[in-house]
Design a protein around this ligand. Structure first.
Ligand code: GLN
Length: 244
């Protein structure tokens, strides 16, 4: 009897330790040039999406590690299994929904046009022979390409970069006339760099976290996490921390 007890105890201990060792961990892909959602500060990736993922992880019992990759490589990285989740202020679009599954929306945005701070330029910078830079594969890139460049309304160059950091530097250095990007991010850049907003394009976008198509278990976990942190007031705290 005693022997049996020892055996049972030993097995339950082994089981308990392996359960701890196997604590679920997910790799979250992001593109850290998108303040205040994700950016690099003192060599560390920080921001709204980072705090959001950490909070959902704590709530639902998993750990997260972050990988900083080019925005247009996020969906391919999800498809090849190099990352498990995208948290990158990614807009839920029909085209992307053919490849990945999105959670319920957690933030809304439009597009904004920014120019150099001292410039006289206005929204007409989107017409004629002006050069505009965008981050490759973003909704800003798609909007400019489809509505202006392809139609010959914008005849200058559309310069595509891997990060908005490069787009904004190009603008500050006078190499392009304007940058088109998500409104909350344009707002933040206008507070931290020598650029200003001269107009908005009302696109009515909603951000979602993305998982590979068919990964329903993880999708449900993320949606439940979002629901709980909304209900507990933690979401409001994260919003206040990054936007107020
Ligand atoms: N919301 C935009 C998109 O999904 C931009 C996102 C980003 O640059 N991180 O395309």
């Amino acid at each position: 009897m005693r022997k049996l007890l020892i055996i049972v105890l030993t097995f339950s201990l082994i089981f308990a330790f392996s359960a701890v060792g196997l604590a679920q961990s997910y790799t979250v892909g992001t593109s850290a040039g998108f303040p205040p959602f994700e950016y690099v500060e003192d060599g560390e990736i920080v921001g709204f999406d980072i705090d959001l993922m950490k909070a959902i992880g704590e709530e639902m019992g998993f750990e997260v590690t972050f990988e900083d990759i080019a925005f247009d490589s996020l969906i391919p990285a999800l498809k090849t299994g190099n990352i498990d989740i995208v948290a990158a202020g990614m807009t839920i679009t029909e085209e992307r929904e053919n490849a990945v599954d999105f959670t319920n929306s957690y933030y809304s945005a439009n597009q904004s046009i920014i120019v150099q701070e001292g410039s006289e330029k206005n929204i007409s910078v989107l017409y004629g022979d002006h050069d505009i830079s965008v981050q490759t594969g973003t909704t800003g890139d798609l909007w400019i390409t489809e509505n202006l460049a392809d139609k010959g309304i914008l005849t200058g160059e559309v310069k595509r970069y891997d990060t908005f950091v490069l787009c904004v530097s190009d603008l500050v250095n006078g190499n392009v006339d304007a940058v088109v990007l998500d409104s909350p991010v344009a707002q933040r850049y206008s507070e931290t760099r020598n650029v200003k907003i001269v107009g908005n394009i009302i696109t009515g976008e909603n951000y979602g976290l993305a998982v590979d198509e068919g990964n329903t278990e993880l999708l449900d976990t993320l949606n439940e996490g979002l629901r709980r942190i909304r209900e507990s007031g933690r979401m409001q705290e994260i919003i206040a921390k990054h936007f107020e």
